[in-house]
Design a protein around this ligand. Structure first.
Ligand code: LLP
Length: 463
């Protein structure tokens, strides 16, 4: 194999400063199935294809940056979750990970329910035909208007997050002449092993009602007294991007403990528990996530065991995966603009997007991988940092990655596993225009969320 080092680029052997990277892969052209969606492959010319279309064509037709969503992969993940949990459990896709009307239709067709956490997500779900009874409304500070719209639409459940909200939802349901189905979200006091900003079950944070000190039991007491609420059960979401199921085990143990207390005090067996979302995905080949069927078996076993010990009938379980459904199904396609080797350090490869289309690296120190996708290369691995075009040095897309040393302006790079929390947290920082989401399937590509234009910026700028 011929190897051509970038003239001034550092070689990986020279520099291994502190960082998260693994050693360079044996073959930089290989596309690791752990991080790429299932229809991604290189064609005979070395160009990467997805859904039967090559990325050069996608870039020509739709421009870059663009989120490329592999519809078959997304649908297969929906089915894997649905089949793993079967008919005795419910899977609610967490729309905050990524929501559009096309996605709502796919979810509906594949038999998933939907968790929304704002009026905007609710409106999107309803406008694309998701039946209201298959929607759950979340949020730690839902407005009266959001609650009203949800009750009026007839959502299947509202997850109550505070004492005030118990009363608020009951009043609104009463005014509208409804009996609203609800769950109570509790914090179980688990330290999930994930980034502090996405851990949600320890007590010192804004979500849920603590089990500790009898607060959750008091919330149940109050909800049971209100005629316009039908208390279905208890909800716990311990955090996000979690690999270790022991946190869910502790959560299930404590939630079932509360169900037992409720039975003992009120003679009522609440019929449901929701264990939230949070299952991790592979952002780099070093991550090793569990399969939905293994998670389903583990959760069912834990709940069954805990209920047997407490002398309770096993409640209906629900889960709310977001990232694990959509995250691996998309990659972001960028074009390289500049390549700046810093001898002894690394090479900065600037792409035409950045923190406006993927804030996760800056916000959570998230790791991603990257590949040259418009051609194969047998150049030597070059320690690189893929950065965006925004006006700050924290504008990093991939902190440490090996790219072929002949990467040059005009090449296309793709960052896999960007389906979750990238478009949904995208911004107009520096008046960037948010990229489109292009769905690909069976040799066809279609825009499901279009690229913003300057007219979109001006429409809001009415001064
Ligand atoms: N259910 C509830 C109540 C949630 O709050 C969340 C996520 C989920 C389900 C879905 O969690 P997932 O399966 O997607 O991990 N922006 C962060 C993630 C924030 C998650 C917020 N809640 C990120 O980019 O990692």
């Amino acid at each position: 194999m011929s190897r051509s080092a970038h003239p001034a680029g550092p070689r990986h052997a020279d520099v291994l400063p502190e960082g998260h990277y693994s050693p360079p892969p044996a073959d930089l052209n290989a596309l690791d199935a752990r991080v790429w969606s299932r229809t991604v492959a290189r064609d005979a010319d070395g160009v990467v294809q997805v859904g039967g279309i090559d990325v050069k064509r996608l870039a020509e037709e739709f421009g870059t940056p663009a989120y490329i969503l592999d519809e078959d992969d997304f649908r297969a993940r929906c089915r894997a979750w649905r089949d793993a949990f079967g008919s005795e459990a419910d899977v609610f896709y967490a729309g905050k990970a990524f929501l559009s009307r096309a996605v709502v239709r796919w979810l509906h067709e594949e038999g998933l329910n939907l968790d929304v956490c704002s009026a905007g997500e609710l409106a999107t779900a309803l406008s694309a035909g998701m039946p209201a009874e298959r929607i759950a409304l979340h949020g730690n500070n839902k407005s009266a208007e959001e609650i009203e719209r949800a009750v009026e639409a007839g959502v299947g459940r509202i997850v109550l997050d505070s004492f005030q909200e118990i009363v608020r939802v009951a009043h609104i349901a009463e005014r509208l002449g409804r009996r609203q189905r609800v769950q109570i979200r509790v914090t179980v006091g688990v330290e999930a092993h994930t980034h502090e900003f996405i851990a949600t079950a320890h007590e010192d944070q804004k979500f849920g009602i603590p089990l500790a000190g009898g607060q959750a039991a008091e919330a149940v007491r109050r909800a049971l007294k209100l005629d316009h609420l039908e208390l279905l059960g208890i909800h716990s979401h311990i955090g996000s991007q979690i690999f270790d199921t022991s946190g869910f085990e502790v959560a299930a143990h404590r939630v079932v403990g509360l169900l037992k207390e409720v039975r003992d005090e009120h003679g009522v067996e609440l019929p449901e528990i929701d264990l939230g979302g949070g299952l991790g995905i592979a952002y780099t080949p070093a991550d090793d996530p569990s399969e939905p069927r293994d998670i389903a078996v583990a959760l069912r076993q834990i709940v069954t065991r805990e209920c047997a010990a407490a002398g309770l009938a096993v409640p209906r379980i629900s889960v709310e995966p977001g990232r694990a459904v959509v995250g691996p199904s998309a990659f972001t396609l960028y074009e390289v603009g500049t390549v700046k080797p810093l001898p002894g350090l690394r090479t900065y490869v600037s792409v035409d997007g950045g923190m406006s289309d993927n804030i996760r690296t800056a916000l959570y120190d998230a790791d991603y991988s990257v590949a040259l996708v418009s051609r194969a290369s047998d150049a030597e691995p070059m320690l690189s940092r893929v950065v965006g075009k925004h006006c700050e040095s924290g504008d990093i897309v991939v902190r440490d990655a090996f790219l072929p040393a002949d990467v040059a302006p005009g090449d296309l790079l793709a960052v896999p596993a960007t389906g979750a929390y990238c478009r949904s947290m995208a911004s107009n920082y520096n008046h960037a225009l948010r990229p489109p989401v292009v769905a690909v399937r069976g040799g066809e590509a279609r825009v499901i969320v279009r690229r913003e234009t300057e007219d979109d910026l001006f429409r809001l700028d009415v001064g």
